[in-house]
Design a protein around this ligand. Structure first.
Ligand code: ADP
Ligand code: MG
Length: 364
């Protein structure tokens, strides 16, 4: 089911008296193609949950429209939209077994849709198999691990065969290893069922790893939409460049003069077509090349061994980060000696941003 947001806006009265309204979702327009998994990504408070709640119908927009395929669902009540929703805190019924928890939404079906007890049991088993908890059907939620509880919640969201599946930070309560495993599970389930899915997270790695497309948000405003790799390689502004990537992008103060980029008077790169001005310079950790006479001269702090790669930690007077991290092939480990390291940079990994607007400045 294709989902279309058309100038969707939601404002709330400010929780603090006397302050202006909060625009939690500001004029969102985008289309989620049928059968895709979309990652809604942004820091806490940027409007991710509000967007999901608008899509599932728990809240109504201040203005704009929402479409599921050709159906205008903007003001449709949640129960007739055909959405399944999973929250961060699994929200299971503690006194019901796993099977009864999963079956619960089916009990509300009426008229022609009404199911017999056996049909409900069959459907619950099918959903349980999808998330691989069919052997836990008789347990109560308190007898399950966090990961298992979240699978029950996912099975419950799937049991009505929703047109759209919405997941609001579903992995945040799980420990690191389970988080990794469960996100792979979600991807597998999504690909098996082909249900259009919207996955909300503040964790860029999580969103990048499983999404067909990511929507990066900040303060209620869409910053960029695209395939994870494209957004990483081509951020439209400083915020997006900083939000994606671990270790994060290294940001320096720089100056462009005669189409040449200087960082602290060091001549770093030819930047064709850029007028003379001060800029923010973002350099990805993998954008540095160790070189004895490299353009950028940094003070070495430490070298962290990561196996295949090493992470060189250094400082530089023009960086706004506490330190610079460069990821270098471990074959080069031996060449690092003394207290200085010098780097050249890979042009495709260096992004310039306007000092005031923080918008990307493109160069040739
Ligand atoms: P996220 O899920 O990205 O952390 P939310 O969508 O929950 O962000 O919130 C976005 C903004 O809207 C925040 O500033 C939040 O305080 C505000 N907000 C959310 N719900 C309400 C509400 N019911 N009343 C007032 N303000 C709200
Ligand atoms: Mg939220």
């Amino acid at each position: 089911m294709k989902v279309v947001l058309e100038n969707l806006t939601k404002t709330f009265p400010n929780r603090k008296k006397g302050l202006p309204d909060v625009t939690a979702v500001d004029n969102f327009s985008f289309e989620i193609p049928d059968g895709q998994l979309i990652g809604l990504l942004g820091p806490s408070g940027c409007g991710k949950s509000t967007t999901l709640n608008l899509i599932c119908g728990l809240i109504q927009p201040t203005s704009g429209k929402l479409w599921f395929g050709d159906d205008d669902v903007t003001y449709l009540p949640p129960e007739v939209r055909g959405v399944g929703m999973v929250f961060q805190n699994y929200a299971l019924y503690p006194h019901l077994t796993v099977e009864k928890n999963i079956m619960f939404p089916l009990g509300n079906l009426k008229g022609a849709e009404k199911l017999s007890k056996q049909e409900m049991k069959d459907r619950a088993l099918e959903a349980a198999k999808l998330v691989q908890i069919e052997n836990l059907m008789e347990r109560k939620p308190s007898e399950l691990s966090g990961g298992q509880q979240q699978r029950v919640a996912i099975a419950r969201a799937l049991v009505k065969l929703p047109r759209v599946l919405l997941l609001d930070e579903p992995l945040s309560n799980l420990d690191a290893r389970l988080r990794l495993q469960t996100r792979e599970e979600i991807r597998r389930i999504q690909q098996e069922t082909k249900i259009t899915t919207i996955f909300v997270t503040h964790d860029q790695e999580e969103a990048m790893s499983i999404s067909d497309m990511i929507v990066v948000m900040a303060a209620g405003i869409i910053q960029q939409i695209g395939k994870p790799q494209d957004v990483y390689d081509n951020p439209v502004n400083l915020f997006v460049s900083k939000f994606l990537g671990t270790p994060p992008i290294n940001v320096f103060e720089g100056t462009v003069k005669n189409e040449t980029l200087y960082i602290n008077n060091e001549k770093v790169l030819h930047v064709g077509g850029v007028e003379d001005k001060d800029v923010w310079v973002g350099i990805r950790p993998e954008g540095f090349v160790l070189k004895d006479d490299g353009a950028l001269s940094c003070d070495l702090v430490t070298v962290e061994v990561m196996g295949r790669d090493i992470s060189v930690v250094s400082t530089h007077p023009a960086t706004v980060n506490a330190s610079i991290r460069s990821i270098i092939s471990s074959e080069n480990h031996d060449t690092i000696t003394g207290t200085k390291v010098r780097f050249d940079v890979k042009p495709s990994k260096v992004h310039l941003f306007d000092k005031e607007t923080e918008e990307r400045i493109y160069y040739k």
